[in-house]
Unconditional design. Structure first.
Length: 169
């Protein structure tokens, strides 16, 4: 079995998968990540059960960590490579307790826009920063339209830098 897993890891870059029955047959596929689940073995060294991991995720979320930070902390400090190994999604566990005001990716863009606004207030002639600010605000507006369609944000949501400054504080 070890030889087969070794071949899989070498083979993922070449877009091929090994036959499970004998471990010798290779065939090309378009997306090796999709078929990688077939070979995924349960990690024997994960010491946490599903409910323990859920409690740990909620504890880290209450401490003020974002979803990505929770995943990093679980990997680095608790030895859990992915919450999906135990059929959990960090985002869904966190949202089961309390729903965030705006999604995480949009919040990160808003923080960036606030920092760029602060920089532009001090350096009015900085043309490259002005262009970058316009680009970030455009991304925020596009994401806003997407999340309004998905009903993650309320229907009449509009981007306003003054409201964002209050939200990011």
């Amino acid at each position: 079995m070890h030889r087969i897993l070794k071949r899989i890891l070498l083979c993922k870059k070449k877009s091929c998968v090994i036959n499970i029955e004998d471990g010798t047959g290779f065939h090309l596929i378009s997306n090796p990540q999709k078929y990688y689940k077939v070979f995924k073995m349960t990690k024997q060294w994960i010491k946490y059960e599903k409910d323990e991991l859920e409690k740990l995720i909620l504890k880290l979320a209450k401490a003020g960590n974002t979803n990505t930070m929770i995943g990093t902390i679980l990997r680095d400090q608790y030895g859990i490579p992915r919450a999906r190994e135990l059929n959990l999604k960090i985002k869904k566990v966190v949202e089961s307790q309390e729903k965030p005001v705006v999604p995480e990716d949009m919040f990160n863009l808003m923080k960036k826009a606030v920092n760029l606004h602060r920089h532009m207030a001090e350096n009015k002639g900085d043309a490259s920063t002005k262009h970058g600010l316009e680009y970030v605000e455009s991304k925020i507006r596009r994401l806003g339209k997407y999340y309004v369609k998905k009903k993650t944000l309320p229907k009449g949501w509009k981007y306003n830098i003054e409201e964002v400054k209050l939200l990011v504080k």
